[in-house]
Structures are given as structure tokens and as C-alpha cells.
Design a protein around this ligand. Structure first.
Ligand SMILES: Nc1ncnc2c1ncn2[C@@H]1O[C@H](COP(=O)(O)OP(=O)(O)OP(=O)(O)O)[C@@H](O)[C@H]1O
Ligand SMILES: [Mg+2]
Length: 279
């Protein structure tokens, strides 16, 4: 009998043709409230999808507060801002981390950081899709808030992961984000992930509250992808500047993120039929 990892790898390989003409499956990771785990989920999700046999690119699109490079322990010389200013090509900026996993690093605290206008965003996504090196997945880590650039990324994705903690304030902000995205495009597939849950019941309860509000007020279905427990290993991994999946592969948070990545890989083929508005 095939073990689960082998089965998921087979599904991921089947879903993701190596045909370079194929566009990447785009996943935006957003939250509304800050500090709820977007970067943690984006980094470990992109890494796990690569471990499952796909190629993945993680784009740090956190507007001028990017920290994926610190979390992944890489020291980029070039960053997203260099591309947005038109000074560097994407190929020069992307940093390979493993055979299948690369990072496009973001900027942090740069004085004259260029605005991510809609035009620039479309160009960036088109250029990534047209790269000679094909990526099966493009995972986009975004800033906190409900800024226009975040909504635009969501609208141009095959799916958007809404990360929230179980706290009512975080759930309120996740709802505000979902509302803004839905107003921009009612068909954007949205999946909620409850992070830093103290118990599975707490996570399920938080997800249900958000699902009920979205269903009632926005008349939209919100898919509950799953939850990640509060786990001190996550903070320890940040201190080591390495993804928790690598440092503590068997901790609760890593096992949950593996499960979420597996579910995403399983569902990706279906969502790929969604026509994304890149151009
Ligand atoms: N499951 C978890 N268990 C324990 N700590 C966690 C967990 N997930 C995230 N954290 C911690 O929470 C903090 C915020 O995480 P992270 O940077 O991923 O959030 P974020 O949403 O990207 O923040 P920002 O809005 O500032 O970009 C970090 O210190 C991280 O280590
Ligand atoms: Mg972040």
C-alpha cells in the first residue's frame, strides 16, 4: 500500500504538468489582521508543495515589511523593489533554496519603495508565468490589512488562503478582508485556516463563526481548509531562521501544515480551471 506522502506526491505530479506553457497555480496568503501567521503558512506551504514533488516559488509581497528571507535564513542581494523599479529582471532576483523551491525576496524599510500598482502587479505576475523556469505553484505572502494590492492579488489567484487566529478581533478582520475580496470578485475561491488554536474545538468554533457570517451577510461559501495548533516550535524555528517544517518536522504545527499542503495539492487540479485575471 502506498503511504500518504507517496500518494500526495503522485497527485501533485499528475496535477502539475511540466509543460512550460502552463501557468503556475497561484495561491495568495492574506489575513486582515497582522501577526496571525501569514508568512509562517506561506513559507512552509511553499516548501511542502516542493517536497511533494512540485516546483514552487514564494513571492514575498509584504509591502516594504518583508521578512521571508530572515525566516528562511537567506541573504538576498536583490529584492522585489529592484524588479518594480525596472532595474532588474525577475530571473536575477529569484533565489533558489532547494531544487524545487525558490524565493523572490521582498523589501523591508526601504525609503523609496515603489508602489505595487495594479499595472506593476499584472506585469509581475505575467512575467513570472512566462519565465523559462516553470513553477507549478506561486505562493504570495502579503501584508497585513485590506489594501488594494492585497485584494488585487486575491482576485488574480486561483485561491486565497485567509489566515486568522481564533481571537474575535482577528476573525473580524478576516471577515473584512473576505468582504473586500468578494466585492471585487464574488467567485474568488477562499479557504480559511485557523492558526494558533489552543484546541481543535477552539479552531472549529472560530471557523464556524466566520463561515456563518460570510454565508449570512455575503451569501458566499467559505471553505474551512483546517487549523494549525499554537506550537512553540514555530517561534523556535524563526529564531533559528529556518522553516519549522525543516527544523521540527514532527511537531504539531508542522504536521498540520503538511496536511493543509496535501489538501491544497489534492484540490489544485480542480481550481486550476478557474480563469485568473492576470492580464
Ligand atoms: N502556530 C503557531 N504557533 C506559535 N507561534 C506562531 C504560530 N504561527 C505563527 N506564530 C508566531 O507568530 C508570529 C507572527 O507570525 P508571522 O510572521 O507568520 O505572521 P504574519 O501574519 O506574517 O505577520 P505580519 O502581518 O506582520 O506579516 C511569529 O512570531 C511566529 O513565530
Ligand atoms: Mg508576514
Amino acid at each position: 500500500m502506498l503511504d500518504q506522502a507517496t500518494r500526495l506526491r503522485e497527485i501533485a505530479e499528475k496535477n502539475c504538468s511540466r509543460n512550460s506553457a502552463m501557468k503556475p497555480h497561484i495561491i495568495t496568503v492574506a489575513s486582515g489582521k497582522g501577526g496571525v501567521g501569514k508568512s509562517t503558512v506561506a513559507l512552509n506551504l511553499a516548501l511542502r508543495l516542493a517536497e511533494l514533488g512540485s516546483t514552487s516559488l514564494l513571492l514575498d509581497a509584504d509591502e516594504n515589511l518583508g521578512n521571508i528571507d530572515v525566516m528562511a535564513g537567506i541573504s538576498p542581494k536583490l529584492r522585489l523593489g529592484d524588479i518594480l523599479r525596472g532595474e532588474k529582471d525577475i530571473e536575477d532576483v529569484i533565489m533558489p533554496v532547494t531544487k524545487n523551491f525558490s524565493i523572490l525576496p521582498g523589501n523591508s524599510g526601504e525609503r523609496e519603495y515603489p508602489l505595487m500598482t495594479l499595472e506593476k502587479q499584472k506585469e509581475l505576475l505575467n512575467d513570472i508565468a512566462d519565465l523559462d523556469r516553470h513553477y507549478d505553484y506561486l505562493v504570495i505572502d502579503t501584508s497585513a490589512g485590506i489594501g488594494e494590492d492585497i485584494i488585487n492579488f486575491a482576485v488574480r489567484s486561483h485561491e486565497t488562503l485567509v489566515i486568522t487566529s481564533p481571537e474575535p478581533t482577528a476573525i473580524m478582520d478576516a471577515y473584512a478582508l473576505i468582504k473586500m475580496v468578494t466585492l471585487a470578485d464574488e467567485f474568488v475561491p477562499l479557504k480559511v485556516v485557523i492558526n494558533t488554536a489552543r484546541t481543535p474545538a477552539e479552531a472549529d468554533d472560530a471557523a464556524m463563526k466566520l463561515q456563518t457570517a460570510v454565508n449570512h451577510f455575503l451569501k458566499k461559501h467559505l471553505h474551512y481548509l483546517g487549523s494549525i495548533p499554537y506550537d512553540i516550535s514555530v517561534t523556535r524555528a524563526v529564531t533559528r531562521q529556518s522553516p519549522v517544517l525543516k527544523e521540527f518536522p514532527l511537531c504539531g504545527a508542522s504536521l498540520s501544515m503538511n496536511m493543509l499542503a496535501g489538501r491544497i495539492a489534492e484540490q489544485a487540479a480542480h481550481l486550476k480551471t478557474r480563469r485568473v485575471r492576470i492580464a
